[in-house]
Ligand binder design. Structure first.
Ligand code: NAP
Length: 255
């Protein structure tokens, strides 16, 4: 039996790529589409919803979400409360929101995934960066995205920083008497190190972690040149969450 999937944000850059991926996999069935402003009532026989509340009782197992940071938490809550296992790529969750959603998934016994990045290369970059940070505690994260991205820093940069924080000896970088003569010049501070966000047309999703030590440097970089790079991760997420009874944060938890 195929897995019935709802795609929230189906008209967006990521949502429309996810729709194509679901349609192209015989093990998945595109069951419903959600967008607050879509004028269509159906597309190729697939019902289109404008309000999530109209999906209460709808026949589907998985809720794929590529919407906007300001609605992602409410959408994920709604999916869990209504028995749809969420596979969420939307970024901008606070750590407290993620903990609440994990707790809710346990109560509901519904699986789920919140993944700041679905590209396997980005998962590896995070893992390698955490490994290197143990030996190179001086580092800066530079994330680069297209200029329509609404949140900064990226969810991937935050997740990378959190993984680094777990292994890095705490220290504040830069000169003790460092002064910004232009506000923001040194980027955002995360536990003593810096995150910089670049926004430019033409980019998709890219990240560098630059390490420096006496007489040497190390740069790790990942590039998503096309949104299709995220789809094998979304596909894996859909097929895994239906087997589970708890939401996880990070695709690596399912690998
Ligand atoms: P996008 O092109 O702006 O698409 C978002 C879509 O969601 C828009 O069509 C928007 O409609 C719709 N939307 C807004 N509110 C909604 C709601 N309440 N219910 C359903 N749909 C709603 O953005 P994108 O580039 O696809 O990115 C979407 C999210 O995915 C962002 O948070 C981005 O950071 C994240 N992302 C994650 C990954 C990953 O691997 N995890 C990769 C890339 C991007 P309107 O335009 O009509 O408002």
């Amino acid at each position: 039996m195929s897995i019935k999937v709802i795609v929230a944000g189906f008209k967006g850059r990521m949502g429309s790529t996810a729709v194509d991926m679901v349609k192209g996999d015989a093990d998945l069935e595109l069951a419903g589409l959600l967008d607050p402003f879509a004028p269509e009532k159906e597309i190729d026989g697939i019902p289109v919803f404008n309000k999530k509340e109209d999906l209460v009782g709808f026949d589907a197992q998985v809720w794929v979400d590529f919407t906007m940071p300001k609605v992602a938490y409410e959408n994920t809550r709604f999916a869990l409360e209504n028995g749809f296992a969420p596979v969420v790529g939307t970024t901008g969750f606070t750590p407290e929101q993620i903990s609440e959603l994990i707790e809710l998934s346990r109560q509901q016994k519904v699986g789920g995934l919140i993944a700041p990045n679905f590209a396997i290369g980005a998962i590896l970059l995070m893992e390698f960066a955490a490994k290197a940070a143990k030996y190179f505690p001086d580092l800066e994260i530079i994330e680069l995205h297209h200029d329509k991205k609404k949140d900064a820093p990226s969810g991937t940069a935050v997740k990378t920083a959190e993984l680094i924080q777990k292994v890095r000896a705490p220290k504040k970088q830069g000169a003790p008497d460092e002064e910004e003569t232009l506000t923001g010049a040194r980027g955002a501070e995360f536990d003593g190190f810096r995150i910089h966000s670049v926004r430019l047309p033409g980019l998709i999703a890219h990240q560098e972690v630059i390490f420096g030590a006496e007489g040497q440097g190390l740069t790790l970089r990942h590039d998503s040149y096309d949104r299709v790079s995220f789809m094998s991760g979304v596909n894996l997420g859909i097929k895994e969450v239906v087997k589970r009874e708890e939401l996880v944060y990070g695709l690596e938890e399912l690998l």
